[in-house]
Ligand binder design. Structure first.
Ligand code: SF4
Length: 363
């Protein structure tokens, strides 16, 4: 292992600014040690969009993140700035997907849309995709006046989408039902105005036409298997053990978990709240366990524990191991790059509209 670390360091040094290695917060420690930047999916997308020096990005995350980086790094504006020179985005393991992103396909969402427009004027429905989705779904949103959101700006995006054009406006939100529901509840929308769309069910995704007509938000039946594991019993257990502990969770958790927690927010929010808390603070954290374990090591003056005693790891993120990172670096240096993620042009163009609206909603 030591040899691999030194080989990676040496190649990075030789490639210099031509190479950018991005690592998601849920990534393994030994990978994070070799990244130029760590962040959540929004922060890493923004870094890919803004970098002007690099020729290659190795994205230590999952497939949809590499797609987003490819679209943003190779936007027409960025290409013009680099005289047409593309940035290659590499995913060290092509099987590093996201089970949530795979829960909504373009075909299924189009079927849903076609059913909805039998009830409403298409101008009255705004498709909103969580950034944790395939480029094809972002392109769908781009084509239908929709927008992507992150867990940081979901509130602002949903608020704007529901006000757009008319009071009759409604949102089709995919793929994560929990982020959609938790955000809508925070905005004061009653659950009676939300419908859950299950593409395997008959009629309107398992709903009657009246249920859909009474809904302001139609939620896709997707979820993150890492965050959905947390249940309210975990909060009861941890509070029994540590009566003064603060519980902080990600909004991809179930509604009851978010409601019982003291705080909820994106990974970047959780990082900020815990890092800025005074020495001696106690935190139980409901999100991916590699990130929580690293936070605990980086803040030895605080008590930081997983919300559940059973760790909850993102298995697909964990597929990126040191030998794979080393292989990618060797391939970049040799000029025979492997595992390039390239979104085809028409999809990239439509998806870019949707992503740029997302970036604007952050500023
Ligand atoms: S933590 Fe969940 S949403 Fe994030 S990449 Fe893993 S499976 Fe997908």
């Amino acid at each position: 292992m030591d040899n691999l670390h030194s080989e990676i360091d040496a190649i990075r040094q030789r490639l210099g600014k031509k190479l950018l290695i991005l690592g998601h917060h849920y990534q393994r420690d030994e990978i994070v040690a070799h990244t130029d930047m760590q962040g959540d999916s929004f922060q890493l997308s923004a870094a890919a969009a803004q970098n002007t020096d690099c020729e290659t990005i190795i994205f230590c995350g999952v497939h949809f993140m590499a797609e987003t980086a490819d679209i943003l790094a190779n936007s027409p504006e960025n290409l013009a700035r680099r005289n047409g020179q593309r940035v290659d985005v590499i995913l060290p393991d092509l099987d590093a997907g996201c089970s949530m992103a795979e829960m909504a396909t373009r075909h299924e969402v189009e079927d849903c849309w076609n059913s909805l427009i039998t009830l409403f004027d298409p101008k009255e429905i705004v498709p909103v995709t969580y950034v944790n989705s395939t480029a094809e779904l972002k392109a769908f949103c781009g084509q239908h006046g929709g927008i992507a959101c992150t867990s940081t700006n979901a509130h602002a995006v949903l608020h704007k989408a529901l006000q757009q054009n008319s009071q009759k406006q409604r949102v089709l939100f995919f793929p994560d039902q929990h982020l959609g529901r938790n955000t809508a509840i925070k905005m004061g929308l009653p659950e009676s105005q939300m419908a859950l769309w299950n593409s395997n069910e008959p009629d309107f995704g398992g709903n009657s036409s009246e249920q859909i007509q009474n809904s302001r938000i139609i939620l896709w039946n997707g979820y993150c298997c890492v965050h959905q594991k947390f249940v309210s019993g975990h909060i009861d257990e941890i509070r029994n053990m540590f009566p003064n502990i603060r519980v902080i969770v990600h909004p991809e958790c179930r509604r009851e978990v978010v409601e019982q927690a003291d705080e909820s927010g994106s990974t970047a929010f959780i990082l900020k709240q815990i890092t800025q808390s005074p020495a001696g603070s106690q935190w139980a954290v409901g999100t991916e366990s590699r990130f929580v374990e690293r936070l605990a090591r980086q803040n030895p003056d605080k008590t930081i524990v997983n919300l559940s005693f059973q760790p909850s790891y993102c298995e697909t993120m964990g597929r990126i191991e040191l030998p794979k990172l080393a292989d990618m670096l060797r391939s970049v240096e040799s000029g025979l790059k492997q595992n390039i993620i390239r979104v085809n042009d028409p999809i990239a163009q439509d998806a870019l509209h949707c992503l740029l609206r997302m970036l604007q909603a952050h500023s």
